[in-house]
Write a new protein. Sequence first.
Length: 389
Amino acid sequence: MRFGYWLPVFGGWLRNVDDEGMAPTWDYVRTLARRSEEWGYDLTLIAELNLNDIKGVRAPSLDAWSTAASLAAVTSTLELMVAVRPTFHEPALLAKQAANIDHISGDRLSLNVVSSWWAEEARQYGVQFDQHDERYARTREWLTVIDGLWSQPEFSFKGRFYDINSAVMEPKPLTRPRPTLYAGGESDTARTLIANQCDAYVMHGDSPAIIARRIEDMQRRREQSGQRPMTFGVAAYAIVRDSEEKAARERERITDVKQSAAGYDNYQQWVQNTQLEQRVSLEDYSVSNRGLRSGLVGTPEAVVAQVQAFEDAGVDLLLLQCSPQLEEMERFARQVIGPYRRGCDTRVLHEGAARGCDTGVRHEGAARRCFTEVMHEGAQRDVAAVRVG
């Protein structure tokens, strides 16, 4: 399992809490990114919106691509997954820009391709807003152009949306065969596109059982495309406390819904302009990306068990949100990531390295026993020394 997190470019993730103590500033995100490498995180997702959909359209937010380029120069191990929306970026220009940042970072750039959903933002910025299936038709061409420019010495393309004429793009990205293309979506149109043209599928939060079914569906679609297997990520909001009661109180605090909050209209636009499998609740409104549904709320041992359940379901990456991030990400690394990884090492030693970490804990009770053993065997070790192999 890899552990990533959403960079707080909007100043937080809670629509019911005005000030989360993490202002959307370069100083904060630079500090967070550097510290996260020390704590053992693998990846950060840098969301792209020109307006702030969490705290309200008049609240400040950071630009995704200039922030990513800056982080590339001041970090050393963190994968930088940058969101990109085809309607806001011409593909040939973005291919060049992304390749350059990949070189600056030393082979650490990836893309999260997002088909735009916010009509009001597009109107304000003078950008074409396509309806759902039309957005994916555009994205299909956009991905074709990006891949062609990254892989071919000279590339031409003529479609409904883009016309590229013998374009040369050098240097190519360092990442081979290309920077990882992540994407998410729940409609049949989205899933078919992602299975055929992307490398990884990222999902909103849900239980391991539901996520497992989605992964099985995407694996079938991928096999039909004849390409190499995909990887899978899930969004999750984490609340780790030393008792279930304290975790429940924090969950209650952050889900105290105020429908007059500045982000509520933006959330309603997102619901209207996407095709989700399930109805969303006001609790889903409170925390973005349905993160609470993933169930990473409770004591450290309970959260470790849930992480293992996601791994058993086929998940390769958790994309975490928490608040405030500096404090809560350090806690999560110390109380969850460190014990989880040491637990994997312990199971490998006991069961045979060839079988790997995924043959270990299958049930919550076993996870708790493993957690207890890990704590006895060296939980005081510095989590900064725990790295992904």
